[in-house]
Ligand binder design. Structure first.
Ligand code: PEP
Ligand code: MG
Length: 577
């Protein structure tokens, strides 16, 4: 009988195949007391299992580095950090020797304590880390029980991988010709599985809660990674329909490849700079493959996350140089550290206790409060400026003094490096992100002193409409077509142009190709989008007539209701290939 499961749409596309159940769901952990004279033997058993798990993990991390690049291998390093924590070892050994628990139960008890602390944190990022701890614990316990997880290398046919959680290390043995999709019990949009699936471009649905207990090995399933649906035992007609839809998607993406070398230009000749949003040097190559003209938003903070110490100036210099060099002949816009809000770094104290982290010490405010961290980043960026074409922009500017304070520090480091004889590009343009309503309202003031403006709609919508962008209870109110948002975008574009500066958009709103004619009509000169969306947005730009788009924007700005404005937009028919 066909059943349906719904989870979080984590990586777009349609996957059809038979279930490959990676693990058997929950592990049954034996629970018993050991005799006092058995303590030594039990501790030795635990140490042996720990060592073996560590060795396996180190091997997996090395394999991941080869296949997935540094970003995902760093996740492997995070698991190693958990397993190498001396507190964990001593706590487990204490449970064995004092409480006389068997090793499996001792491991489970200790890891449960830590994982509860993470689970109760308000922040989604930290809640996700709970899964890492559970996973590491599971591996030690499996080792103790002599049960190893199935390996993806056993796969023989086109499959959908169904698992409780998918570790980057599991993907080392992944055969991309056979894996057609992922359906996973745990995880949200920022989970490792979601990020992995996106970078491997494999359709995925996560957060399905109990999918591992609802399917059997070999059962046919369909994963719709765009909608978040999983169809178990689909009827023949559904298979036919989904196969057809998949063929259309594949054909479309092949057609879109042809656009790669064509300019992002409207029918009446306005050239739009179409670039991509990137979080790591490893993703930079994909950007060019999709036909993007450089990077419009490089989120540098990812270099600071998932680690316990700050990246050094030299490490940053290497990283930024690699990105800038790879993007040549195009430009990379490096955004300075946007730590805080939902992005917390382990080395920062106090932020986790903020009552309203999105209104707290975030982004440029954080950098100005921590000048030594800010200066190290700016120096690294300036030193890397000769390795490629670079622009810098500040996140979360809320007033002109803030922008000036940041600029003064940048100028100061520029002067210092020049005096030290360090080569730096003659001019590094400095832009401001417009993502706080106050900045949009005074965009004319900021545009006078900045070289460019880039609108961050993810935050602009959050702050203008008072909708926490990570709170699932209010997502239905998150409305890009709200008249207030459209007016702020128009005001910002006009203010930039009034001072002869270009204005871009790097929030997710720029990736919605239904909005492309409206955004061009509102006056944007640049769009920076999710890398895999570049071809579709390029196609929409090339099908738009700017004069019509301006008339459309004017009409839509006269419609007060978002739903009616959306209806009007839906009536726009672009002749796409
Ligand atoms: C934004 O706010 O729109 C943006 C691009 O920045 P981030 O999503 O990294 O906050
Ligand atoms: Mg932002």
């Amino acid at each position: 009988m066909t059943t349906m499961a719904n989870g979080v749409a984590a990586s777009p596309g349609i996957g059809i195949g038979n279930v490959f159940l990676l693990d058997e769901g929950d592990l049954i952990v034996p629970r018993h007391y050991i005799p006092r004279e058995g303590v030594k033997r039990e501790v030795a058993r635990f140490r042996k299992a720990l060592d073996k798990t560590k060795r396996e993990m180190a091997k997996d991390t090395a394999g991941m580095l080869k296949i997935l690049g540094k970003t995902h291998a760093r996740l492997g390093e995070a698991y190693l950090m958990i397993i190498e924590d001396p507190l964990l070892t001593s706590d487990v050994e204490r449970q064995i020797s004092k409480e006389l628990l068997n090793a499996e139960l001792a491991v489970q008890t200790c890891l449960e304590k830590v994982s509860h602390t993470f689970e109760n944190m308000n922040d989604e990022y930290f809640r996700e880390r709970k899964n890492d701890i559970v996973e590491v614990g599971g591996r030690i316990i499996r080792q103790l029980l002599g049960k190893t997880k199935r390996s993806l290398s056993e796969m023989k046919e086109e499959s959908i991988v169904v698992a409780h959680n998918l570790l980057p290390s599991d993907t080392v043995a992944l055969r991309s010709d056979l894996v057609k999709g992922f359906a996973i019990d745990v995880g949200g949009k920022t989970s490792h599985t979601a990020l992995l699936a996106q970078s491997l471009e494999i359709p995925a649905v996560v957060g399905l809660r109990n999918i591992t207990s609802r399917v059997q090995n070999g059962q046919p399933v369909i994963v719709d990674g765009s909608k978040g649906d999983v169809l178990i035992d689909p009827p023949p007609q559904a298979l036919v329909n989904y196969r057809r839809e998949r063929e259309i998607l594949v054909r479309e993406s092949k057609d879109l490849v042809k656009l790669r070398d064509l300019p992002a230009q409207t029918l009446d000749g306005k050239r739009i700079e179409l670039s991509a949003n990137v979080e790591s040097a490893d993703d930079a190559k994909a950007v060019l493959a999709h036909g993007s003209e450089g990077i419009g938003l490089f989120r540098t903070e990812y270099l600071y996350l998932n680690r316990s110490t700050l990246p050094t100036e030299d490490e940053q210099f290497e990283h930024y140089s690699r990105v800038a060099k790879q993007m040549l002949p195009y430009t990379t816009v490096f955004r300075t550290l946007d730590i805080g809000g939902d992005k917390l770094a382990a080395f920062v104290d106090g932020l986790a206790e903020e009552r309203n982290p999105f209104l707290g010490l975030r982004a440029l405010r954080f950098s100005l409060r921590n000048p030594e961290i800010f200066r190290a980043q700016l120096r690294a960026l300036l030193r890397a400026s000769v390795k490629g074409k670079m622009r810098i922009m500040f996140p979360m500017v809320s007033g002109i003094e803030e922008f000036r304070s940041g600029k003064a520090i940048l100028d100061d480091e520029f002067q210092k490096l020049s005096r030290e004889g360090v080569p730096i590009a003659k001019k590094v343009e400095l832009g401001a992100m417009i993502e706080v309503p106050s900045a949009a309202v005074i965009a004319d003031v900021i545009a006078k002193e900045a070289d460019f403006l880039s609108i961050g709609t993810n935050d602009l919508i959050q702050y203008t409409l008072a909708i926490d962008r990570v709170n699932e209870n209010v997502t239905h109110l998150y409305e890009p077509m709200h008249l207030a948002i459209l007016r702020l975008v128009k005001m910002t574009a006009d203010a930039g142009h009034q001072h002869g500066k270009w204005v871009g958009m790097c929030g997710d709103m720029a990736s919605d190709l239904k909005l492309t004619p409206l955004l061009l009509g509102l006056g944007l000169d640049e769009l920076s989008v999710v890398p895999s969306f570049v071809p579709k947005v390029k196609q929409a730009i090339r099908a738009t007539n700017l004069a019509d788009a301006r008339a459309l924007a004017e009409e839509i700005l006269s419609i007060p209701e978002a739903s009616k404005a959306q209806d009007r937009l839906n009536r726009v028919k672009l002749s796409l290939i």
